[in-house]
Structure formats: C-alpha cells, structure tokens
Design a protein around this ligand. Structure first.
Ligand SMILES: [Zn+2]
Length: 183
C-alpha cells in the first residue's frame, strides 16, 4: 500500500529517548506548573479575538502574533479550514464568550497542498468506509484564505462578521501577508 492515506514509516527515534514523547511533555508540564501562578482570568478572551489557524507545527501563534495567556481563542485544524466544527467553536466563542474579531491564518508549504480528495477514496479502499468529512485540499493558498473568510462572513450563526481578516504566514520568514478578500 503506497497511497497518500497510508501511515508514514516510524520516525523520530530521538523522541523516544528517556520515555515516550508524552512522558516528556508531562514532565515539562510539572516544571511549568511549578512556576505557574493563577492569573485569575475568566474564560472570555481579553482581546475579544478568535484565531483560526492551521495545525502546522511551524506556526507558533502566540509568539508570531505577540499574544499573551488569556488573550484569544485559538481554533486549529489541518489547513485552518472553516469546517462545521470550526463554526461550532466560533459560534460559542462569539455568543457565549464575547469575541468580536476573527483572524484566519493559513501558511506557505501546507501539507494540504500535496493532497487531493483522492485521499478520501484511498481511505475508503483501505478501511471499507468513506469518511464523512472533506479533505479540503487546495492548490492556491490565497484563494483558500478567501474561501475561509467567505464561509465566516456568510455564516448565519455568527453575529459578528464585520471584523474578519485573513492572512498567509510564511514559514521561512515568520511574516504574515494579508489576503484581500475581494481580489
Ligand atoms: Zn498547514
């Protein structure tokens, strides 16, 4: 089986030195908690902003946007796609937790650019079941950001749609490039 839906080979042996990677993260958490002091915030983001972004490991949203703890909601998935579940989170974010601004961030070199909807068919061939979700693969990242902005701006569940902006993050320079929704 060599389809793109197949599992990649085992990799990153260094991650297993001294326990599993999860063990390492749990140990890091103990160090974090030892220095942690409760800022006493409630659940509403201080900046009243929700950021929808790709899950890409090279995109450190807090560092890239100068965000502090408590500032924003971050909603992430493969591609930063505005799916029904993204809308679910944004609806709760706006209606129950006070956010007013939406920022969409896609990026250069996204894994979704190398996939097609064939991924779903290959999955179906392999496991005998077609997933209910679309892969949301794309070729043109700018157009993909425009489509995401459009999905937010036309969604009936979201009451705050005037301040919706979309960007492409360059993984090599760390810079955001804003996408004009109308071009
Ligand atoms: Zn990505």
């Amino acid at each position: 089986m060599t389809t793109s839906a197949s599992l990649p080979a085992e990799s990153a042996p260094e991650a297993s030195v001294g326990g599993s990677v999860t063990d390492r993260l749990v140990q890091a958490n103990q160090r974090y908690a030892a220095k942690f002091s409760d800022p006493g915030m409630d659940a509403r983001p201080v900046l009243q902003v929700a950021v929808v972004a790709c899950m890409d490991a090279r995109l450190d949203l807090h560092a890239a946007l100068g965000l502090e703890l408590g500032d924003c909601h971050t909603i992430r998935n493969a591609g930063g796609v505005v799916t029904d579940d993204t809308i679910r989170s944004l609806t709760i974010s706006q209606r129950a937790l006070g956010t007013r601004t939406v920022i969409l961030i896609h990026h250069t070199g996204c894994g979704l650019e190398r996939l097609t909807e064939d991924f779903r068919h290959e999955l179906e061939d392999e496991v005998g079941q077609r997933p209910a979700w679309a892969v949301e693969a794309f070729r043109d990242v700018d157009q993909d950001v425009r489509q995401s902005m459009q999905r937010v701006r036309t969604n009936p569940f979201l009451p705050f749609k005037d301040d919706v902006r979309g960007f492409v993050f360059d993984v090599h320079t760390g810079l955001l490039r804003e996408i004009d929704p109308s071009s």
